[in-house]
Design a protein around this ligand. Structure first.
Ligand SMILES: NC(=O)c1ccc[n+]([C@@H]2O[C@H](COP(=O)([O-])OP(=O)(O)OC[C@H]3O[C@@H](n4cnc5c(N)ncnc54)[C@H](O)[C@@H]3O)[C@@H](O)[C@H]2O)c1
Ligand SMILES: [Zn+2]
Length: 367
């Protein structure tokens, strides 16, 4: 196995002691004891994972830690977004407290974005906050949800409404685990990678134009390079704007329409598909508002299509839910959605108003 390793420092200037390193290396999972030894010292380790990842990697990680004299407790919950709630968080609190969690214990969040958000939220709140590390195992979690310190759970009125900012001690990314990821989950991550490039980095976008169409999930070198670039960009943005006062909003590109489509489809559209369609739609807004040229929008759509991501609004979106979701968007101002639109490729404009007639015309969704 190759020893190529990428490291990205997430610097949080407001509180520099909370800065941490993101390590990206094929085969890193097997080397975790080396990295964790330093951090664990006297305290115990609690691996929190979901039912799928427990079977694929959790039991193995538990075993490797034991071989290196690191005692750990493995806690799992049923895989899926439906587990990201206060009820399951409560079950994890109970498991941790019954197993003797202390303030010097550490939570290892091993899994996709659901595990990272839920285990991170538990880490932020149990005993008023204990340290945690992220070991993201989906492409989406590797390039997006594990970087930035946003943790949280869903609540009946909506997704991610209860949460905290809780930065991990470190993030350990092993691109080799993506070999077992189902295709649709892989594509969810690709959509976020394209988003990062479109919003922030034209040279990266050009690499994606060449590579994404033929990217193999088992090509750990190509994956490592792409993941490292995406993570580097996201961590620079988070470092400059942890609380999303300005620059971090750029990562919402494709998401205003994307979230509304997810809601309007009653969540039958995956997040990645919805964001992909959202980017295509928002690229068209940008052309119509004179922020981009038609050729820019075509390039964005072509990269998304090369990943086999959808770019057209499907039939059957509930218009009422779609528009209500947009008005309720956390990023809206006085009930009016504000968009992040591509400005060409590799740059974006934040806080743009889009006339409702244009939204209806481009999406074909009418009340
Ligand atoms: N905190 C943030 O900043 C942030 C950002 C984006 C998304 N999110 C959240 O992330 C969540 C979505 O994350 P996700 O897409 O990773 O979903 P997920 O965690 O549900 O994982 C998707 C599926 O893949 C399985 N899986 C995970 N790793 C695997 C592997 N290596 N091989 C095979 N199967 C594997 C999981 O068991 C699950 O069934 C949402 O809840 C979203 O709100 C958070
Ligand atoms: Zn997203």
């Amino acid at each position: 196995m190759t020893t190529t390793r990428f490291e990205t420092e997430v610097r949080l200037p407001a509180l520099s002691r909370r800065s941490y390193t993101i390590t990206i290396q094929p085969g890193l999972l097997r080397k975790l004891p080396e990295h964790l030894h330093e951090r664990v010292r006297a305290g115990r380790v609690f691996i929190v994972t979901d039912s799928n990842v427990r079977r694929l990697y959790g039991r193995h990680l538990h075993h490797i830690l034991l071989l290196h004299d690191i005692q750990s407790v493995l806690i799992d919950f049923p895989a899926g977004e439906a587990s990201k709630n206060a009820g399951v968080a409560g079950l994890i609190y109970t498991a941790l407290l019954e197993a003797g969690v202390r303030r010097d214990s550490m939570i290892v969040a091993l899994g996709g974005g659901v595990v990272g958000d839920l285990a991170g939220f538990v880490a932020a709140t149990v005993l008023r906050g204990i340290p945690f590390v992220q070991i993201p195992t989906t492409l989406l979690a590797q390039v997006d949800s594990s970087v930035g310190g946003k943790v949280g759970i869903d609540h009946p009125p909506g997704k991610n409404l209860v949460g905290a900012f809780h930065q991990p001690l470190g993030v350990y990314i092993d691109p080799a685990v993506l070999a077992t990821l189902p295709g649709p989950e892989f594509r969810n991550g690709l959509a976020e990678i394209v988003k990062i490039a479109v919003a922030l980095d034209l040279p990266f976008f050009k690499i994606l134009e060449q590579k994404l169409g033929t990217l193999d999930r088992k090509d750990v070198m190509a994956l490592s390079t792409i993941v490292a670039r995406a993570v580097g960009l996201k961590s620079a943005v988070v470092g400059a704007d942890e609380r999303e006062a300005g620059l971090r909003k750029s990562l919402n590109l494709g998401h205003t329409i994307g979230h509304a489509l997810e809601a309007g489809s009653e969540y039958s559209l995956s997040h990645g598909s919805a964001v992909s369609i959202g980017m295509a739609v928002e690229a068209e807004f940008s052309v119509r508002l004179g922020l981009s040229k038609p050729a820019d929008a075509r390039r964005i759509i072509s990269v998304l299509t090369s990943c086999r991501l959808p770019v057209r609004v499907p039939r059957g979106i509930n218009a009422r839910t779609f528009y209500a979701a947009m008005a309720a968007d956390k990023k809206s101002a006085a009930g009016e959605p504000r968009f992040v639109l591509p400005a060409g490729v590799g740059r974006c404009a934040i806080g743009v108003r889009v006339p409702s007639a244009l939204i209806a015309e481009v999406t074909g969704i009418r009340l």
